[in-house]
Ligand binder design. Structure first.
Ligand code: ADE
Length: 420
């Protein structure tokens, strides 16, 4: 099957010039991917390979997919969240020859159809963000499983799903946990989420953060970034956790730590980053202050129980893009941002380009690694090889013009010994 713009399902191809301008802007800030692109253009590592990609379809992602295509891949793309698709970027991507199945605001049935559409190329490899492609391949499209040699997963939530599948021996091809590479989570999850979440909240609300009480729910690498940058913006940050070690870390990082039931009474802004469902739930809404903002930065829109909120509300109305007002019976108003979906992508452009440069560089090198090695791997979740992880950070340092030290032979020998 040929992958063509004509087979694409997008909003409007005439939006392509605006999307292309966005791509042109970000690619100028992604030097690591630029260096990999040069290698790919020369070596054509993906010649004859079909790659289906399920990622947030914004400008950095489009550039990444184009780099894979320049490396010889036949590519198809769909969105990993219905609200993160930027229709102009999708149009530019389709115009460049990638088969795109995505539309901003796609309803659940349409979103599912887009996943199916991306699998229409019968992929040899997949790149997933959150696990939707893997899920579809192992349920409704098992007929395609035999052709899939391997894939890579971008995010914590997706890897949790994959590990459960692998534990039940249900995973039918190797998946590489790109999220778990140090060059990924220490930068993308922490500094990427830390910046882009606040960008999304501020763009949607146009309100000040300084002086507000912010409740960060979940203190993984993403939560750490959101708390750190919230503090930098002048907020008083409280952290809710279920893991005693992470709660201890939050305390030692200088944040208040308390259960959600108490934080619910104090916070002006709630940001969920747990990967779990109903962490802000029906028992919490009645405790909240009038005007509280509810935002989510976890992969799925399940962290704020918006069904319970809607059921409890005496009224609701969309206020402006990205903000919906829910009025409780006593007149208090709670404001849900971006429909409880990833606020950084639904109300913003996602992580900064320099951060996604490293994440997508890892994805690109991981795909190349899979092409060379998938036949030796089984239905398990594998780490990104350490040399690739190190290489991406080294390339980033080089792009920044930073030099670091190297071990002397004497130091190498010392570290390798135990009896000196
Ligand atoms: N841009 C593309 N993919 C992204 C992701 N997973 N998180 C934030 N921004 C992104």
């Amino acid at each position: 099957m040929e992958s063509t713009a004509a087979a694409s399902e997008i909003k409007d191809i005439s939006l392509a010039p605006s999307g292309q301008a966005k791509i042109d802007w970000v690619r100028g800030h992604m030097p690591v991917l630029a260096a990999i692109r040069e290698d790919f253009r020369r070596e054509q590592p993906f010649a004859g390979k079909k790659v289906a990609v399920c990622l947030h379809l914004e400008a950095k992602t489009a550039w990444f997919i184009q780099v894979l295509a320049e490396g010889g891949a036949l590519t198809s793309a769909c969105a990993s969240n219905p609200l993160s698709t930027q229709d102009d970027v999708a149009a530019a991507l389709a115009r460049s020859g990638v088969e795109v199945h995505a539309r901003h605001g796609a309803a659940p049935a349409e979103y599912e159809r887009h996943l199916e559409g991306a699998l229409g190329i019968k992929p040899d490899y997949i790149i997933d963000d959150g696990g939707d492609l893997v899920h579809l391949l192992h349920t409704g499209r098992r007929d395609l499983l035999a052709g899939v040699k391997g894939g890579a997963e971008e995010t914590t939530t997706g890897i949790l799903r994959l590990r459960r599948m692998a534990a039940e021996k249900a995973l039918c091809f190797p998946m590489i946990a790109v999220n778990d590479a140090r060059s990924k989570y220490l930068f993308d999850n922490r500094y990427g989420t830390g910046q882009s979440v606040w960008d999304g909240v501020m763009r949607a609300t146009n309100l000040v953060v300084a002086g507000k009480t912010v409740c960060v729910v979940g203190y993984g690498w993403c939560g750490k970034g959101v708390a750190l940058r919230g503090k930098g913006l002048g907020a008083r940050v409280v952290v809710c956790e279920i893991d005693p070690v992470k709660a201890n870390e939050a305390w030692m990082d200088g944040f208040e730590v308390m259960p959600m039931r108490r934080a619910a009474t104090l916070a002006d802004i709630f940001i969920t980053v747990t990967g779990n469902k109903n962490v802000v739930a029906s028992e919490h809404f009645p405790l909240m202050k009038d005007g509280a903002l509810l935002a989510n930065a976890g992969h799925f829109d399940v962290e704020v129980d918006k069904t319970a909120l809607a059921a409890m509300a005496a009224g609701r109305r969309p206020l402006k893009p990205g903000i919906e007002e829910f009025t409780l019976a006593d007149g208090r108003r709670l404001f849900l941002l971006a429909e409880g979906r990833l606020v950084n992508l639904a109300a913003g452009d996602g992580h900064p380009a320099e951060v996604m440069d490293m994440s997508f560089a890892l994805q690109a090198l991981t795909l190349q690694y899979l092409v060379d090695n998938a036949a030796k791997l089984g239905g398990e979740v594998y780490p990104v090889p350490k040399d690739l992880d190190d290489r991406v950070s080294a390339m980033r340092l080089q792009a920044l013009g930073l030099e670091i030290d190297a071990l002397t032979p004497e130091q190498v020998a010392y570290l390798a010994s135990w009896n000196v």
